[in-house]
Design a binder for this molecule. Structure first.
Ligand code: ADP
Length: 477
């Protein structure tokens, strides 16, 4: 089947979070299952064209946004030597020549994000109109691509559309002014909805042939907790029949301690000595005492409140008193960054904060830490806890969304991590203390590591679920 896979981030070219990891790995897995995957994404100036062999195709055209004409140019990566898996980029310097993907360095979104991603979607519609691509199915991701289902229906294009939600918190709201940028017939359709539903997300829910999110528990939570699906709670419930949850997987080579290209010391469940070397490397990198007996806790993530940083910041002092070492990697909110920085300045031998996007360091933290904290308030799927499990780095997580679907609480007999049920600092602290107490019992800790590292988080099962959904949708057409 010909599939057009449209995403605002694709690893390894561009990445802000988990969407990139999924858009890098899932099409690869589907191409291996004989689907014709054509991935298309913006060509941000941060993408290394030379490293990834990205060249202009010569295809270019213009689209209208409001009364203004904008040019785009199609590039292709020649990195993949696989005719089943092509990767195309849309280039326009005005919209994509930035130092980040969505935000300024201070974590604030670009003021023209609505324009940028509307432009991206209009280019895709233009390419379809011109017959450059002939997909039977279009797979859209998050609000940056969520107007495509409506535009596809409006032009009666003969393809099915699947819309995947990676995070319901970002819905892409439209103001009255934004609507004037849309083609007139599309703006008219949007206006038929209640003003509160003027968002790309609402249109995705309404017009896609099927909608899914990235874990079964998050799907259930969105349907049952109005606090998570906001103004679209009723709408989401009204489309239940076409809504499901499919758990993300992890790339089997790139996020595998035996083959990870970023690690100097590889290891597997059969021999964890490489993990000890990674820990020593990480302790030295952070300027900590290089000692295998001291528990080392890692944390990687976008600095946003929903990732549970308020719980971490209010429990950190108590945990530092217990002699624990912490390494944080993340950028975003200035407040959270300041909080972490203050701790790292006060306790330089125990807290190390890296306010940057650093892919290699992320891999070293996964491999070198003993534990990984991820007390998210909600979590659509979460990938870092999955990577942690694979790397024998025991996760401490809140029982929510994909965290609940992937981490099994250690009950004294079986488990792969430490899970707390109520989103509160005290419950998080108790889970951390439980983990730290267990860490001092080496045999038990090793048992939990074995349990975690032998679980299957490959893309196989999830890719099969997507493939079935693709075929079901196109058969019904
Ligand atoms: P989300 O998609 O909500 O950001 P996920 O856990 O699903 O969270 O995925 C986050 C991905 O982004 C992981 O691959 C993680 O390692 C990566 N990541 C997040 N922040 C950073 C950072 N500062 N440096 C390197 N990688 C990061």
């Amino acid at each position: 089947m010909n599939i057009l896979y449209v995403s605002a981030e694709v690893s390894p070219f561009s990445k802000a979070g988990g969407l990139a990891d999924v858009s890098g790995a899932l099409p690869t897995e589907l191409a291996a299952k004989d689907e014709q995957m054509c991935v298309i994404t913006p060509l941000y100036s941060i993408v290394d064209r030379q490293q990834f062999g990205i060249y202009p195709t010569g295809m270019r055209n213009q689209i209208m946004m409001g009364n203004t004409r904008f040019q785009y140019h199609i590039y292709e990566s020649h990195r993949e030597d696989n005719s089943n898996h092509r990767i195309y980029f849309i280039e326009n310097t005005q919209f994509f020549d930035r130092s980040g993907i969505y935000t300024h360095a201070n974590g604030e979104g670009y003021e023209d994000n609505t324009w940028r991603f509307l432009f991206f979607q209009l280019c895709i519609i233009d390419l379809l109109k011109r017959g450059v691509f002939h997909p039977q199915l279009i797979h859209c991701h998050d609000h940056h691509t969520a107007l495509i289902p409506l535009m596809i229906r409006a032009m009666e294009y003969p393809a099915s559309v699947l819309f995947t939600i990676h995070n319901f918190d970002y819905r892409g709201h439209f103001s009255e002014g934004d609507l004037s940028l849309l083609p007139r017939d599309i703006a008219k359709k949007v206006r038929q909805f209640d003003h509160t539903e003027w968002s790309a997300m609402a249109m995705g829910l309404e017009f896609a042939d099927a909608v899914n999110t990235v874990s079964p528990t998050y799907a259930e939570e969105l349907l049952t907790q109005p606090g998570l699906s906001y103004e679209l709670h009723e709408k989401l419930n009204s489309i239940q029949d076409k809504f499901s949850g499919i758990l993300n997987g992890a790339d089997e080579v790139y996020w595998n301690p035996l083959t990870d290209p970023h690690l100097s010391h590889h290891y597997s469940v059969k021999d964890l000595s490489g993990k000890k070397q990674n820990k020593s490397e990480l302790q030295q990198y952070c300027g900590f005492t290089d000692n295998p007996e001291i528990p080392l806790v890692g944390s990687i993530g976008r600095l946003v409140e929903s990732k549970g940083y308020p719980l971490i910041l209010s429990s950190l002092e108590a945990l530092i008193d217990r002699g624990v070492q912490f390494v944080f990697l993340g950028s975003g909110s200035q407040d959270i960054a300041q909080g972490l920085k203050r701790f790292s300045e006060k306790y330089p031998k125990q807290v190390s904060y890296h306010g940057e996007f650093n892919e290699s360091l992320a891999h070293l933290i996964e491999a070198g830490s003993d534990m990984f904290m991820m007390p998210s308030k909600f979590e659509p799927c979460g990938l870092n806890q999955i990577y942690s499990l694979k790397y024998g780095t025991i996760p401490i997580v809140h029982h929510t969304g994909g965290l609940a679907d992937t981490v099994i609480d250690w009950d004294g007999k079986f488990g792969t991590g430490f899970v707390f049920n109520t989103y509160s600092a005290i419950d998080f602290l108790h889970a951390m203390i439980r983990a730290l107490d267990t860490f001092s019992d080496k045999d038990t800790w090793y048992k939990i590591q074995m349990n975690a590292m032998t679980r299957d988080f490959s893309w196989r099962a999830s890719a099969k679920a997507y493939q079935q959904l693709y075929h079901q949708l196109t058969m019904g057409r």
